[in-house]
Ligand binder design. Structure first.
Ligand SMILES: [Zn+2]
Length: 281
């Protein structure tokens, strides 16, 4: 199973070091775009001294921890143009343009930057919040409400039937031409397995069994945690939920349609199916 972790190189910390920030990585965002340094044939995450040299000063920063012993910060920028030698890129592009570690760190940084920006005042009583140095929370000094970064868990599942996999076209991504596995947000009060069974029933009208954990992936668009499962077909005929799904079919390994890119857990679930099933049914 293809699992990737940054925790052999990244150490999560909440308290920034007293030392200078000059050599730290800065994951700096203006709106939803990441500021990167352009080099001749590649791009890099900039360090603080490179940003200071070109007069970029963040509105707010948050300490993330260390990556290969280098301090990492998230930073919120005003709506400023990229200076010479820099450019803004979409977060999804970081995966291919640099590597998966930097994509995961930048996704983490973006969510923490947004939480910092959006929780400057208490949502219950309106008092300015205070940052807690020892965990990722802000506390209201008046009513004591604690606010942590928002995470929205979503289940994503590959349904198998013999040597076939169920893939569907979502109306939201219809223009991409992709077929993918089903997915949906977890509702308050349900287990992950209940969410898998409910979403498959709602979206395509099928019953499933043997729901088995696969792996998970942070998905910072805007703040999901994708929790992957495999499941086996247990009964029913495909009936589409018209508002969300435009098409759903069973495919064998040798009849697969266009599928999502390697950045996604959806692709890892499809690749897992390919690696564990015969070519024809
Ligand atoms: Zn309050």
């Amino acid at each position: 199973m293809n699992t990737h972790s940054i925790y052999d190189k990244f150490v999560l910390k909440h308290t920034p070091p007293p030392s200078s920030k000059a050599d730290a990585y800065w994951f700096a965002f203006s709106k939803n775009r990441l500021l990167v340094m352009d080099n001749e044939d590649h791009i890099d995450i900039p360090k603080a001294n490179a940003l200071e040299t070109v007069g970029i000063h963040p509105v707010r920063t948050q300490y993330l921890g260390t990556y290969e012993d280098v301090d990492c910060y998230s930073a919120e920028l005003e709506n400023v143009d990229a200076p010479e030698g820099f450019s803004y890129i979409d977060l999804r592009k970081v995966f291919e343009a640099i590597n998966e570690d930097m994509f995961l760190l930048a996704g983490r940084a973006k969510q923490i930057m947004e939480w910092d920006r959006d929780h400057q005042i208490c949502s219950r009583c309106g008092t300015p919040t205070e940052h807690n140095r020892f965990d990722r929370s802000k506390k209201c000094p008046n009513c004591k409400l604690s606010q942590f970064p928002v995470l929205s868990p979503a289940v994503i599942m590959a349904v198998h039937k013999g040597n076939e996999i169920l893939l569907a076209q979502s109306r939201r991504f219809a223009s991409s031409g992709w077929y993918s596995v089903l997915a949906g947000f977890v509702e308050p009060g349900e287990t992950l397995e209940e969410a898998v069974a409910r979403e498959v029933m709602e979206e395509v009208g099928l019953e499933v069994k043997n729901i088995t954990y696969f792996n998970s992936q942070p998905w910072p668009f805007p703040h999901s945690l994708m929790i992957g499962f495999t499941a086996e077909y247990a009964g029913g005929e495909i009936v589409l939920q018209d508002e969300e799904i435009s098409e759903a079919q069973w495919f064998t390994r040798d009849t697969l349609p266009k599928v999502p890119g390697k950045i996604s857990i959806a692709r890892k679930l499809i690749d897992h199916f390919i690696n564990t099933h015969q070519a024809s049914s």
